[in-house]
Design a protein around this ligand. Structure first.
Ligand code: GLU
Length: 465
């Protein structure tokens, strides 16, 4: 078989959402799996709704996700590839030429100022109750689509349809098919919402005397909660949100692969090279995929754990710098590289995403952290927290703060000397020093904060009980 050529054909009429990203991704995966070509084509024929900002969002989002295109706009000076231009708004002359062919072959005709595609078959008139008028129907067997994902789909087409509006603008069906022919697209991989258009597309191919490409319609992404398709307005729908929230693009891509595809087992985190090797169209699920933000967070955490420390630190710095100013973000920005790195060393194994960092690390950067009232109540109700605090203060004054291990030893010794366990000190120490009951291990926190801050926080807290 000749080389696979697939395309992602977005319209720059809205925010770049998770459904578009997944369609782009499945095309990209298929191209990479087969050693084929991934084309980016911009379907910007809707002059009213197009915007340059949305167009740039497409470029930025694809680039951020690492879905590089082999042909399309923005490659080289002329737009890379031999089949350009790759923006429909620049392809008017090509559409005219193709419409000319249909007219010459008797497959199109003019009526009421528009150009219609003509179905070949026996014609008859009937009164359409719904539209309240007599319409011309054409007797044709159903159009058959052997979809790679959906299987065999049949649809009846029985009326001529407009391909160029009376204002001279060609319609979506026409330009979509012409471009797929002209760009020699071999596989059309797109959302299931386009399945209802495909029968018209197949007829147009026939009209042009060209064999249709292979179709693969990807099932929908369902809302996380409740019925129905995920919409652009749903939480978690927009790609730029993930970018802002500091998700790792590799993790998001991995998660998107699992929305409608799996490697044949329940593996989640997988190197993209493995996914490329295993990905195939018949492997795409027929059933709709449900969005799941917990799974995404889980995958993101797995990728964060694997990041080399320097990368984690650099990206965390960047993330903090992008946040709006608060006592925590200002203090984090002012922290020395060494101190910041120490805080991140403790945080990296613990967080699910960079967005958790400012709250998770606040007490490292400011003394003005809040104390969780519920946690306080719980911790203070157990044992003799006052006595424990006093003992901790003594140890903090005397202990060697030069390493986490030494501090752990000192605390263990303290507990032993009182016939208690490490746990009897941990809760109250954490509450006093961090205001909460979650976080990295307590001696790590002591070590990074340093003796003075630990002591003064313990003392300050003791004074309030
Ligand atoms: N411009 C269409 C869309 O945004 C593309 C349809 C297709 O992939 O054929 O959905």
């Amino acid at each position: 078989m000749s080389q696979v050529r697939v395309r992602f054909a977005p319209s720059p009429t809205g925010f770049f959402h998770i459904g578009s990203a997944r369609t782009a991704l499945f095309n990209w995966l298929y191209a990479r799996h087969t050693g084929g070509v991934f084309i980016l084509r911009i379907e910007d024929t809707d002059k009213e709704r197009n915007s340059e900002a949305f167009l740039n969002l497409i470029y930025d989002s694809l680039s951020w996700l690492g879905l590089n295109w082999d042909e399309g706009p923005k490659i080289g000076a002329s737009g890379g590839g031999d089949f350009g231009p790759y923006r429909q708004s620049e392809r008017g002359a090509i559409y005219k030429e193709y419409v000319g062919k249909l007219l010459a072959a008797g497959r199109a005709y003019e009526k009421d100022g528009a150009i219609w595609f003509k179905l070949f078959g026996e014609r008859y008139e009937i009164f359409d109750e719904h539209r309240k008028k007599t319409v011309m129907k054409v007797k044709l067997p159903p159009v058959v689509i052997e979809d790679q994902i959906r299987g065999r789909v049949e649809r009846l087409e029985d009326e001529d349809f407009v391909i160029v509006r009376s204002d001279g603008n060609p319609v979506f069906h026409l330009v979509n098919v012409i471009d797929d022919i002209a760009m020699q697209v071999t596989h059309v991989i797109r959302g299931e919402d386009h399945l209802s258009n495909t029968s018209k597309h197949v007829l147009l191919y026939e009209g042009f005397g060209v064999k249709p490409p292979i179709f693969a319609h990807i099932p929908l992404i369902l809302k996380q909660n409740g019925p129905g398709k995920m919409s652009k307005r749903d939480q978690g729908a927009l790609i730029e949100e993930y970018q802002k929230r500091g998700y790792l693009p590799e993790a998001l891509v991995n998660f998107l692969c699992l929305l409608g595809w799996n490697p044949g087992d329940d593996r989640e985190k997988m190197p993209i090279a493995d996914i490329i090797r295993l990905f195939d169209l018949p492997g795409v699920n027929q059933s709709n995929a449900r969005f799941d933000d917990k799974k995404l967070a889980h995958v993101n955490m797995a990728y964060l754990l694997e990041l080399p420390a320097e990368k984690f630190i650099a990206q965390a710095r960047e993330f903090f710098a992008r946040q709006s100013e608060s006592p925590v973000t200002l203090a984090a920005a002012a922290a020395t590289a060494e101190y910041f790195a120490e805080v991140m060393r403790l945080s990296q194994p613990k967080i699910k995403g960079f967005e958790e960092l400012p709250a998770y690390t606040s007490y490292f950067f400011t003394d003005e952290f809040s104390v969780d009232a519920k946690v306080r109540e719980k911790v203070m109700a157990k044992g003799d927290p006052k006595a424990r605090l006093a003992e901790l203060i003594k140890v903090a004054q005397a202990a060697d703060f030069s390493s986490e291990a030494v501090l752990t030893e000192a605390l263990k010794k303290l507990a032993e000397s009182k016939g208690l366990g490490f746990g009897d000190y941990q809760g109250v120490a954490r509450l006093a020093v961090t205001g909460t009951n979650v976080g990295p291990n307590i001696t790590g926190i002591f070590y990074v904060l340093g003796r003075e801050r630990v002591r003064s926080r313990l003392e300050k807290f003791l004074a309030t009980v």
